[in-house]
Design a protein around this ligand. Structure first.
Ligand code: AMP
Length: 249
């Protein structure tokens, strides 16, 4: 079984983001970029499937600027066998990425596509669902547990007040949640090994995909600043403040 994993290059989750002075977008120049954390979990899961003998090959795909090669190398250091970069300097919105992934699926014929449940930069939570629909495959979102069982994949997902277990026939699209696993720490030898793994680069036109944005961002603004805290002299003063000033949320 071949597993395709979509990995996005995003601003590192430890970076405090700032909005550009013109309010057009978040500043990404000279900012540390990393693999979207949910995608790291997806790669880890695919690699564990290969280690268990459930998967025969793990292919990582990233869509974006040339620097996404670093993200793919990182996926290969975790254990992906090879990488595919769909290189574009355009802004790629979820529908464009889903269409590019659909074209890669047609070429690669994987039985399972894993994605993160959402990208931490745009918080869209759309790409996996759109890809499932475009392919007309079953999809399970927010997987907290995943098992391959013959021609099916079983997914356990957290829902309000409990856990839901789903079975989907393969091929399928699954988006992964935080609790699925804890990605391994990549070692120097695995980073060195990853440098020698194959990485193909394609252009969206070669895949016949129109990546033109369908949505226009009108404005990006910083959240309102929180007012500074105050010190209360004693417990009665704190209780009085909580009683009189606390807002009911
Ligand atoms: P989103 O719908 O933007 O929240 O993204 C959900 C998931 O889709 C991410 O966690 C990735 O697995 C995948 N994805 C989104 N954008 C890209 C991209 N440019 N390249 C590769 N994968 C992506």
């Amino acid at each position: 079984m071949k597993v395709l994993v979509a990995v996005k290059r995003v601003v590192d989750y430890n970076v405090k983001v700032h909005v550009k002075a013109d309010g057009s977008a978040v500043e990404t120049a000279n900012v540390k970029m990393s693999m979207n954390p949910f995608d790291e979990i997806a790669v880890e899961e695919a690699v564990r499937m290969k280690e268990r003998g459930d998967a025969s090959e793990v292919v990582a795909v990233s869509c974006g600027v040339a620097a996404c090669q670093e993200t793919l190398r990182n996926a290969m250091a975790i254990g992906a066998d090879r990488g595919i970069l769909v290189e574009s300097n355009e802004e790629l919105q979820p529908l464009a990425v889903a269409r590019l992934l659909e074209a890669i699926v047609e070429r690669e014929q994987p039985q399972l596509v894993l994605l993160g449940k959402q990208a931490i930069d745009d918080d869209c939570n759309q790409t996996g669902q759109m890809l499932g629909a475009l392919l007309d495959w079953g999809q399970a979102t927010f997987a907290g547990k995943l098992e391959i069982d013959g021609q099916n994949v079983t997914v356990v997902r957290e829902v309000d007040g409990g856990l839901e277990t789903l079975a989907l026939p393969l091929p399928a699209v699954v988006t992964v949640d935080l609790r699925l696993n804890e990605p391994r720490y990549v070692t120097l030898p695995s980073i060195m090994k990853a440098k020698k793994k194959p990485l193909d680069t394609l252009a969206p036109v070669a895949l016949g995909v129109d990546v033109a944005p369908r949505i226009q961002t009108l404005k990006v603004s910083e959240p309102p600043k929180r007012p500074a805290g105050i010190k209360v002299p004693d417990v009665p003063a704190l209780v009085a403040k909580l009683k009189n000033e606390a807002r009911v949320i």
